[in-house]
Design a protein around this ligand. Structure first.
Ligand code: RB5
Length: 149
């Protein structure tokens, strides 16, 4: 599995902790975020990660800013991206099982490193349930995208 990861200037250290954690499990990370000491506007990092996921180069994306909210707002402007901003593992699990979310967002000023790594583990190791009712609801999201994006 390859995961694309992006961050703005609020989160370079937490991004590095996530990369080290995932690579320790043999999961390759494509780092598209900014380094310590650099400045980066969150929509720029969000766009890089979403394009990487939509191209198929990465199967999932992770976006970290101060709150996770700006990243999720930007990411959800991409047709085919389902980005979920989570700060606890129940939502991170259910957004994979029910929403087939393909991008996880969280805030470096909201969650500590321990919670962040738990969120990431939950997200990348949970599969979509593939149940008809959830597929139908995702289809309804796609109808909204088709009308409005
Ligand atoms: C940057 O200061 C901050 O606005 C950003 O990291 C994020 O929290 C936006 O949603």
């Amino acid at each position: 599995m390859k995961v694309a990861i992006g961050n703005d200037h609020a989160a370079p250290q937490l991004k590095l902790a996530v990369v080290e954690h995932l690579e320790g499990q043999g999961i390759e990370c494509i780092d598209l975020g900014c380094a310590i000491g650099e400045k980066c506007d969150y929509p720029v990092a969000a766009a890089r990660v979403c394009e990487c996921v939509l191209s198929g180069e990465a199967s999932l994306g992770i976006l970290i800013c101060g709150t996770g909210v700006g990243m999720s707002l930007a990411a959800n402007k991409f047709r085919g991206i389902r980005a979920a901003c989570c700060s606890e593992c129940f939502s991170a699990r259910l957004t994979r099982e029910h929403n087939d979310a393909n991008v996880l967002c969280f805030g470096a000023r909201v969650v500590g490193e321990g919670t962040a790594l738990d969120l990431v583990d939950t997200f990348v190791h949970t599969e979509f349930s593939n149940e008809e009712r959830h597929k139908r609801r995702i289809g309804l999201i796609e109808e909204i995208e088709n009308k409005n994006l």
